[in-house]
Design a protein around this ligand. Structure first.
Ligand SMILES: [Cu+2]
Length: 243
């Protein structure tokens, strides 16, 4: 007995989705994140990918199958009313949107992603490294609070310690952007904006200005070096000796 096209369609689409999702899951190896900020953002991306991928595949496979299966259909019939089906797809869409909204909300509410959530005093404890970043046309200055150390272009941070960064500008709007550490914050004239992080991997990370700020904008970059606690203290001593 020949099966009707309508019963073949979901089966073909579902099998295709399972095969492709399994292949992607097996091939992808998650890389370690370089900071708690980056980790929160990567985890969200991954969660949303696992929701989005099956949906995209289901729709595409269904479309391709329907194009092929009904390619010689000279007598198309209008679809019949099916309230149960309509309620199902409306509710399913609602559940997916709720999941996406809640996932994003919990990442935004993370005090490392939105430092103002925790309040300024809550963010700083005695073990927190506090740095003031001064942005200007066209460079970056870093002032280590309580250490009497100021540097240009190069921000050195200890690994596995909380860092509270306050940002001000001498002139126009700039934006402090370190993609590998998941950090991005506008620096606005007349305001102090904030960032909070804890780097978890040592290394050299590129810092960019992400706000077009004049003819020297493309030169407005720097380095963020994440080092061990011992190296950090040695570095601070060297800087004080140089001053
Ligand atoms: Cu700039």
């Amino acid at each position: 007995m020949r099966r009707s096209p309508s019963s073949e369609l979901p089966t073909v689409a579902a099998v295709g989705v399972v095969v492709v999702v399994t292949a992607v899951a097996l091939l992808s190896t998650p890389a370690a994140a370089q900071s708690v900020n980056r980790s929160a953002i990567d985890d969200l991306n991954e969660q949303l990918l696992y929701v989005a991928l099956p949906l995209v595949l289901f729709v595409e496979i269904t479309l391709i199958y329907a194009l092929y299966r009904f390619r010689n259909n000279d007598d198309p019939q209008p679809t019949t009313k099916d309230p149960a089906l309509e309620i199902t797809w409306t509710a399913a869409t609602g559940v997916i949107l709720l999941f996406v909204g809640l996932s994003a909300f919990f990442v935004l509410a993370n005090p490392y992603i939105t430092p103002s959530v925790a309040g300024q005093t809550d963010a700083a404890n005695e073990n927190t490294v506090e740095v003031e970043v001064v942005a200007y046309q066209w460079g970056w200055e870093f002032r280590y609070q309580g250490e009497n150390v100021t540097t240009q272009s190069r921000l050195v941070l200890p690994r596995d310690r909380d860092v509270a960064i306050s940002l001000v500008t001498r002139d126009v709007i700039h934006s402090f952007y370190v993609p590998k550490l998941g950090l991005k914050q506008d620096v606005i004239p007349g305001q102090t904006t904030r960032l909070r992080t804890r780097a978890t991997e040592t290394g050299e990370y590129r810092l960019y200005c992400a706000e077009l700020c004049g003819v020297g904008h493309t030169r407005m970059h720097g380095t963020v070096s994440v080092v061990s606690q011992e190296e950090y203290e040695e570095w601070l001593d060297d800087q004080r000796a140089e001053n």
